[in-house]
Design a protein around this ligand. Structure first.
Ligand code: NAP
Length: 248
């Protein structure tokens, strides 16, 4: 089965990443590792957003390991998400996943980078869901991240060598289960990343759990993937493309 054609905004963004038409044509119709198997998914953080996304991956047939500071507190989540899931420590999750979702308060990112950055740099994809939020992480941290060019570039500094794609940053966790695989036009998910293979894998994974990824640019555009920006909230893919085309 062929992938749907990329829009002009997606195509421009991907071309800027160095992904030509030939590579697009060869991108997998379903998410797979470079070895051709279904990637194992790990979450660092299994609260509202990490729990909701990991559950969607488990229901789509992926093996998922949820992790949190207290993995014993994840028993109910694992029971609800079903037999494809298990809970572990952050170290176990980093060892387990081919793809790692990070869904933690942004103030935890530096520690995660220090303790797990070398492991995360070996992964095919790190999906960065996390946002710096003043009310939770502190105004000083938000200013520091903004001074660095926003959350995309800051995550790249914190996780050197990792294949990072920002995604699902400003779609509320409660909307995810009802919006996944909705009938008609899928819900659009704006994504930003610098690594073409990671962007292609993220696009395929997002499709597998029932959404349509819209590439809005490289990690420098990750600053738009936070709550309170025009891309935030629930939009169709076409709406996202129009909004993205108007971003400077
Ligand atoms: N909630 C949403 O609708 C939503 C939407 C888009 C993006 N986001 C972003 O996603 C991130 C998570 O939000 P959330 O609402 O899911 O938060 P949450 O419900 O409070 O969950 C946070 C999770 O992070 C874990 N955690 C905290 N510090 C950690 C560390 N140092 N190492 C490993 N795990 C750690 C927590 O583990 P313990 O419980 O064991 O402490 C918990 O599992 C935030 O950056 C948020 O801005 C959230």
């Amino acid at each position: 089965m062929m992938n749907p054609p990329f829009s002009s905004v997606d195509r421009r963004a991907l071309l800027a990443l160095g992904v030509g038409g030939l590579t697009l044509g060869l991108s997998p119709a379903f998410a797979q590792t470079s070895g051709g198997t279904k990637p194992k998914i790990a979450t660092i953080g299994a609260g509202r957003q990490g729990g909701a996304l990991g559950t969607l991956f488990a229901k789509a047939g992926y093996q998922v390991m949820f992790s949190a500071l207290d993995p014993d507190a994840l028993k109910d989540l694992v029971a609800a998400a079903g037999p494809n899931t298990q809970a572990g420590t952050t170290a176990q999750a980093v060892a387990f996943g081919d793809v790692v979702l990070i869904a933690v308060p942004y103030s935890a990112m530096e520690q995660i980078g220090r303790d797990f950055g070398s492991g995360l740099a070996t992964k095919q994809l790190v999906l960065d869901i996390s946002n710096p939020i003043g009310g939770r992480d502190g105004a000083d941290l938000v200013k520091k991240i903004n001074d660095e060019g926003g959350a995309g570039l800051a995550t790249a500094r914190i996780l050197p060598g990792a294949h990072i794609v920002r995604a699902f940053n400003a779609i509320n966790y409660a909307a995810l289960p009802r919006a996944a695989h909705r009938s008609g036009t899928p819900l659009g998910v704006p994504i930003a990343g610098d690594d073409p293979k990671a962007v292609a894998l993220a696009t395929a994974l997002i499709k597998d759990i029932g959404f349509e990824a819209v590439v809005v640019g490289g990690l420098a555009n990750g600053k738009y993937l936070v709550p309170g920006t025009p891309l935030a909230g629930e939009h169709t893919p076409d709406e996202l493309r129009k909004i993205a085309a108007g971003l400077s």
